[in-house]
Design a protein. Structure first.
Length: 170
């Protein structure tokens, strides 16, 4: 009976938070930091300060919850002028929305800074997405901005995960 419990309990723990099997940092963090460095330099070299993009986020998808699992945050169209977010609208309806104050939201520079800050905390998973954990985060080849990334923390502080997707950059 004890042997059975020794197999079942760790399996439940692993399944409870997306698939990271320990509190150890993702071994690909250094590789991702190098990719971010190159992508951020490409972004800065392009010198864009006025742009628009669609922003989607999925929070704590990998983590168990006592209640219903949170839906994806509705896609927002973000307008940046002079390197500051000036408006946010619903990508579906065009209705104006309040500019969010989430730590993972903002200009492309803000999103790069968020990603770098989270990597410094050594996540257990850094990937392209929850469903593509074997792939690294994706960056635009010509402008450098992040297209999609997923972070998962599963340690003594608990479980948290964030997936960010940027699309329709213009």
């Amino acid at each position: 009976m004890i042997k059975l419990l020794l197999v079942i309990v760790p399996t439940i723990f692993i399944a409870a938070c997306g698939g990271s099997d320990s509190g150890k940092p993702d071994p690909r963090i250094s590789e991702v930091k190098e990719e971010i460095k190159a992508a951020k330099q490409l972004w800065q070299d392009n010198g864009l300060i006025d742009y628009m993009f669609n922003f989607s986020a999925r929070i704590d998808r990998a983590c168990p919850s006592d209640g219903p699992i949170a839906d994806e945050i509705p896609t927002r169209m973000v307008t940046v002028e002079d390197n500051a977010v000036t408006s946010v609208t619903s990508a579906l309806t065009g209705e104006p929305m309040i500019i969010p104050t989430f730590e993972y939201f903002g200009t492309i520079d803000d999103i790069f800074n968020y990603l770098e800050g989270e990597l410094a905390k050594e996540p257990q998973v850094i990937a392209r997405s929850f469903s593509a954990q074997n792939e690294l985060p994706m960056f635009d080849e010509s402008l450098g901005y992040p297209i999609q990334f997923y972070l998962e923390f599963n340690n003594s502080n608990g479980c948290s995960s964030t997936q960010i997707t940027l699309s329709e950059f213009r």
